[in-house]
Design a protein around this ligand. Sequence first.
Ligand code: PLP
Length: 368
Amino acid sequence: MKSVYFDNNATTRVDPRVVEAMLPFFTEQFGNPSSMHGFGANVGSALNRARGELQSLLGAEHDHEIVFTSGGTEGDNAAILSTLEANPRRREIITSAVEHPAVLSLCTWLEKNKGISVHLIPVDSKGRLDLDAYEAALSDRVAIVSIMWANNETGTIFPVAGLADKAKAVGALFHTDAVQAVGKIPIDLKSTAIDMLSLSGHKLHAPKGIGALYVRRGVRFRPQIKGGHQERGRRAGTENTPAIVALGKAAVLATRYLAEENTRVRALRDRLEKGLIQRIGNSFVTGDPDNRLPNTANVAFEYIEGEGILLLLNKEGIAASSGSACTSGSLEPSHVLRAMNIPYTAAHGAIRFSLSRESTDDEVDHVL
Ligand code: PLP
């Protein structure tokens, strides 16, 4: 049976060129980059090369603004916790109602256990941030604004550069969870006021368990993992060298494929959406029609239950994902679709198809 993987926002296949680049770092190049001898030095220069590769993908000013992490969740946690620690007098956070749990559940925890006030900025029915509510929440009590660059479920892109300018005006730091944006849309950090950005390797054809946090030069940073002096004292622990080399290679490839992502992949996604809506009554695309990731289609099929659709798709060899999560026996639609006020009858049947540079015309035909 033909199989079609349209769940690339969940994770991507590691690119074979990425696997090839990382393999020597398990065997010949096994040294510890902190060692003084040649085994270490070779690996150390590979890490620096990877840092430079990330720097160019993000358009960062300096390669030492890149801190390697274990992934998106760690980057999100480190950015927020570090900022609260470095600015103890500011006790408020601004974030959106549609963030990933890596940000949202940390904020809930901080509110409950540390007395931090959290402003959850709402979105409209297309998933666009309520800019008036954002401006109203900004003040000199806010330590950090953390707003995602693009939403993982609908692909809606947020105007982070403009939001960062506004945060700067009240002296708050601006962090963006760019886990879904990196490699899909152009990013040039040096032309923005963004202070910190989190990314994750496994969303851009690198392995799971590796990521990076961009920390703009001059930002006061407090390490959340304490120990040795790795990563200039910002993240202790012997570096995951094969995975870092892999992330560097994935960054080079992502830069190379960025144009294709926004032309060929976008056209495939558009054809899939149009075809689905034409064929199936009572269905519609969710998210911002004007500002959306090129690979993501979130389609709501009204009066049908999402898990059922996924099981039947799976029988046909098609992998997608649902906007609802089965929690404690009751099917709750995702917090993202609920925040958008999508009616329950539609939110329950929302399916996310997420394509990648590996997706083909044949696959779209098969799904349609
Ligand atoms: N943030 C967003 C928007 C995501 O989509 C994900 C992964 O699904 C994460 C954070 C978490 O990243 P990781 O799996 O690398 O911890």
